[in-house]
Design a protein around this ligand. Sequence first.
Ligand code: ATP
Length: 476
Amino acid sequence: MREADVTGLDMDMVSLRTTRDTLEKDVPSIRLEKDSELREIYQFGRKLGQGSFGVVYEATHIETQTKWAIKEVCRPAAGSSKVKMLEQEINILKQVNHACVIQLKEVYNTANMIYLVTELCTGGELNQLLRQKKYFTEDETRHIIRSLAEAVVYLHKKDIVHRDLKLENILVKNSEDDDGRINIKVTDFGLSEQMSGVGIDNIMTETCGTLIYMAPEMMSGRGYSQWCDVWSIGVVMYMLLCGEPPFVSKTKAYLLEEIMSKEVPFNQPIWSKVSDGAKTILTCLLKVDPAHRMSPSQLLENPWITGDTNVPATPSNVLKMMREHLKEVETGTQTPEDLSFTSSEDTLGQHLVPQADAPGTECNHAKTSPVRSSRPCTALVPTKTTKQSGGSLQQDKQKNGPEASVTPSTIVTQAHASVKASPQSSAKQRRRQDKKDFSSGQNLSCDLSKSQNHRPFTSSKSKKPLRCSKANSYSE
Ligand SMILES: Nc1ncnc2c1ncn2[C@@H]1O[C@H](COP(=O)(O)OP(=O)(O)OP(=O)(O)O)[C@@H](O)[C@H]1O
């Protein structure tokens, strides 16, 4: 047995991204001469499951008597699509270190096999648990969704988009911990993408994932960003609460049509027992337009998630909220200097930019809005600048901190200029125009298809033919 080189992995298997090396955890990658040598380190137990790559076993580390899961993978042919997925999975698992994401302990390489040693999740997959229970209570769902949102916030901060979030890829660490809570671990990063570019390079075009969890912008094939994961959180949450997916259709085209034409359905009797708070979150997560979707950070701050019932009521209708805000300025309860609009504009023209992570802000459009995609869920600010900065994701991060990277405006509608309205005269002018826009209702709609028709997304990523990567999951 010999330690692998400093890069940590077999270089014929994995081409590491040099920029990420320093961020990676110290996951030992060990070369074994024979497969039998691993049996001297671990005692293999029951089979836990089978994936498209290989078999997963429970295993006991002989020296420490600790239990692990070992994924045994036949080394795929060099250059095959499986190699890319495995590379991606290992590369990403080496970088992540979060309580709600599966932990990779070690990687073993032999001439024919690769072994991934990960933490053991004795509770199996979340979909199995859901099948047993039929549906989860709001309390159980809250805990699971909070953990999932925490994992997604963490991943997105690392520029990792999971792209295949679903019940099957959420493992249960233990069926129920001491508090009766279900501890989850996000797994299966085979279809994940790490965004290494800036601005438009962070728009992906590959269609991948599992249909019922797939965001509409991903299905449309016009380009998508990390907001596809938010849609999937919405589908997972919906399924936890009622046991069934919100939208079902046999083909991608029909499913897309269904999603575009329908409200999030709350017709089944079970929904009468679900709180409005939970339903509101669902409609905010399942927004057709990703620019109007609730961010994972906002989700974490939502009173339904935090259980904080003392959050001051905010007007749920954004237009109403903005009018009240302007009225305060007019009546002098707020000075112009108090205002700090983040203005932006893309080349598509006027566009409302959700301000990142306004706590307690809720959307309440499910019953009031006839068009599901036309109402934003986040605190919105008007956009009136005429300058296009070409600002990038990285530039935004430098200027505004890491959270800036997860605003839809930076990704979905490409680069925006973020300008603080500090000089009084220009701020006055801008606000006057903003007020005009708000009172006329202008700007309050962002139609994905219109936007994209106007300026189709392009990507530096290669476009490959549709291929089946695993049962129910596919990628282009
Ligand atoms: N760490 C783990 N602890 C417990 N069970 C696991 C663990 N990892 C995987 N499993 C089980 O083994 C099964 C196969 O996992 P694996 O990761 O190989 O495939 P998959 O996630 O189903 O899909 P893919 O084909 O994309 O690899 C899973 O469905 C799960 O039930």
